[in-house]
Write a protein that binds this ligand. Structure first.
Ligand SMILES: [Zn+2]
Ligand SMILES: [Zn+2]
Length: 108
C-alpha cells in the first residue's frame, strides 16, 4: 500500500449529487465539473484555485453572473451564501443553457 497523502492528487472530475436541486451529475467529459449542470449551483470546496479542495466552508455557491471571455469561453461567477466569497469558473459544454440565460437576463 502506498500512503499517498498529497492533497493535489485528489481527482476533481467526479460525479456528485447537487445539494441545491438534487440532480445527479456525472463526471464531465472535457472539463472538471465543479457545479451542477442543471441549476449551475456549486459548493464552496475550493479555497484559492479551482480544484484545490482546501476550503472548509462548504457553503452553497449561487451562480450570480456569466461573462464571455474570448479565450476561455463563458465564465460563470459563483458567490458563496455562507462566506460571500466569489469564485469564477468555466462553463461546461453540457451546462443548462436556459439556466445560463436566466442569469444573463437577470443581470441586464
Ligand atoms: Zn443543481
Ligand atoms: Zn464559502
Amino acid at each position: 500500500m502506498i500512503n499517498n497523502r498529497k492533497k493535489n492528487f485528489i481527482t476533481i472530475n467526479e460525479g456528485f449529487i447537487c445539494s441545491h436541486c438534487k440532480t445527479k451529475n456525472l463526471s464531465a467529459k472535457k472539463t472538471c465539473r465543479n457545479h451542477c449542470y442543471k441549476c449551475l449551483h456549486s459548493l464552496h470546496v475550493d479555497r484559492e484555485i479551482p480544484g484545490d479542495r482546501e476550503s472548509e466552508c462548504l457553503g452553497l455557491m449561487e451562480p450570480v453572473n456569466i461573462e464571455h471571455n474570448a479565450r476561455k469561453g463563458y465564465i460563470l461567477t459563483h458567490k458563496c451564501h455562507k462566506c460571500q466569497k466569489v469564485i469564477k469558473n468555466k462553463v461546461a459544454e453540457d451546462d443548462d443553457f436556459e439556466e445560463m440565460m436566466k442569469i444573463v437576463t437577470r443581470n441586464l
